[in-house]
Design a protein around this ligand. Structure first.
Ligand code: NAP
Length: 323
C-alpha cells in the first residue's frame, strides 16, 4: 500500500483542488498534464493508484463507486472531472454506482462536476450529431448513457451539484491504445504490418484528438455559464477511416496495409463472443457517416482543434518512443 493510500488525500483549502477521477486512462493523464502546466493543484484518483502522472500531481487509490469513499476522494475540490472508463463487460453494473459516487463526491465538496462523455446517447442517426438531439432509448449501452445524461443534468435543477457534459468522438492520441485508432493501427504502421480495423472504413468519421478533449474539459470547467449543458469537443473535419489510416502509414513512411472486419462478420461473431456481442450493438458508429458538429463550442469558446495530420504525427512519435 502506498503512502497516499494509507494517509488519504493531503489536507487542502476548500475549492482549490482539481480532482481527476479516472487518472490512469489517456484522457485523465492528459488532463492532469494540462492542469499542472497551468499551475493548478491536481489530485488524480483511480482504483489501482498507479498513473503516468505529471510531477506535482497527487495520486491516490480509490473507488468512486464506493459510497463511503466518494466524499473523501473529492475533499477540497473546486472541479471534479470524470474521466472514468469501464470495460463493456461491466458497463451495466458499474456505471450507476460510479455516477452516484461522482454526484455525491462533487456535491459534498460543493465542486462542479465535468463529465468526459461519448456520443452513445444519440443512438443511430443519419445526419451530423448536434447537442440537441433527443436522448435515445436504443440498445443497452446507448440507453444507459441516456439515463446518465438525464441524471447528470437533473442534479443541476435539484441544486445538488453543478454539472456539464463534454462529449468527444472516437479519440486517438498519445497513450490511447484501446481504440479504433490505437494499438492496432499506429504500431502496425511503424512496423509495416496491416492495420486491424472494423466496420465500413469508407464512411466519413470524426476523430477527436485527446489533448483537444482535455483542453475542452478545462475550458468548460472554468466557465460557469457553460454549466448545465452538453458540449461537443472541437475536432478536425471528418475524413474516411481509410483516408486517416493511409495518412498514418504515409507519415510512418510505409505503404498502407489494412485488414478489415466487416459488420456482417462482427454481427455473426457477436452471437457467441460476448465482446463482439457488445460491439455489434454499437455497429451504427461504423456503418454510416459519423460526423460531429462542434459549432456550439466554437461559438462560445472560439475555434480550438488540432489539424488531423499534426495530431497523427504526434501520436506516431509517441508510439515510436513508447512501443
Ligand atoms: N474511447 C473513446 O474513443 C472515447 C470517446 C469519447 C469519450 N470517451 C469517454 O472518455 C472517458 C475516458 O476514457 P479513457 O479511454 O481515457 O478511459 P480508460 O482508458 O478506460 O481509463 C479508465 C480510467 O477510469 C478508472 N476507473 C475505472 N473505474 C473506476 C472507479 N470505480 N473509480 C475510480 N476510477 C475508476 C481506471 O483506473 P482503475 O481501473 O485503476 O480504477 C482508469 O484510470 C470515458 O468516459 C469514455 O466513455 C471515450
Amino acid at each position: 500500500m502506498s503512502e497516499a493510500e494509507r494517509s488519504g488525500p493531503r489536507p487542502v483549502e476548500a475549492g482549490s483542488v482539481h480532482v481527476v477521477i479516472g487518472c490512469s486512462g489517456p484522457v485523465g493523464i492528459e488532463l492532469m498534464h494540462q492542469l499542472t502546466a497551468q499551475g493548478k493543484k491536481v489530485r488524480g484518483v483511480c482504483r489501482s493508484g498507479k498513473s503516468e502522472a505529471p510531477e506535482g500531481a497527487e495520486i491516490i487509490a480509490g473507488d468512486i463507486a464506493v459510497s463511503e469513499e466518494s466524499a473523501p476522494l473529492c475533499r477540497g475540490a473546486g472541479v471534479v472531472y470524470s474521466c472514468v472508463g469501464v470495460d463493456y463487460s461491466e458497463w451495466m453494473e458499474q456505471w450507476p454506482w460510479i455516477v452516484n459516487g461522482l454526484i455525491d463526491g462533487a456535491g459534498t465538496s460543493g465542486a462542479k462536476l465535468i463529465f468526459a462523455d461519448n456520443l452513445y446517447s444519440y443512438g443511430p442517426q443519419d445526419g451530423p450529431l448536434t447537442e440537441d438531439i433527443p436522448l435515445t432509448r436504443f440498445g443497452r449501452k446507448p440507453a444507459l448513457r441516456s439515463r446518465i445524461t438525464e441524471e447528470l443534468l437533473g442534479v443541476n435543477i435539484s441544486g445538488r451539484v453543478r454539472t456539464a457534459l463534454v462529449r468527444a468522438s472516437d479519440f486517438y492520441g498519445p497513450r490511447t491504445r484501446n481504440a479504433m485508432l490505437g494499438e492496432r493501427v499506429f504500431p502496425m504502421a511503424l512496423a509495416g504490418k496491416p492495420a486491424q480495423l472494423l466496420g465500413n472504413i469508407d464512411q466519413p468519421h470524426t476523430y477527436t484528438y485527446v489533448p483537444d478533449f482535455a483542453r475542452a474539459l478545462i475550458r468548460v470547467g472554468e466557465d460557469d455559464s457553460a454549466l448545465n449543458q452538453i458540449w461537443h469537443v472541437p475536432s478536425a473535419p471528418a475524413r474516411t477511416t481509410r483516408q486517416v489510416v493511409e495518412t498514418i502509414y504515409k507519415l510512418a513512411g510505409q505503404r498502407p496495409r489494412m485488414r478489415v472486419m466487416p459488420n456482417w462478420l462482427l454481427t455473426a461473431m457477436g452471437s457467441f463472443n460476448p465482446l463482439f456481442g457488445e460491439l455489434r450493438e454499437m455497429s451504427f458508429v461504423w456503418d454510416r457517416p459519423y460526423i460531429v458538429n462542434h459549432d456550439k463550442f466554437v461559438q462560445h469558446f472560439g475555434d480550438d482543434w488540432t489539424p488531423l495530420d499534426e495530431g497523427l504525427e504526434a501520436t506516431l512519435n509517441w508510439y515510436r518512443e513508447n512501443s
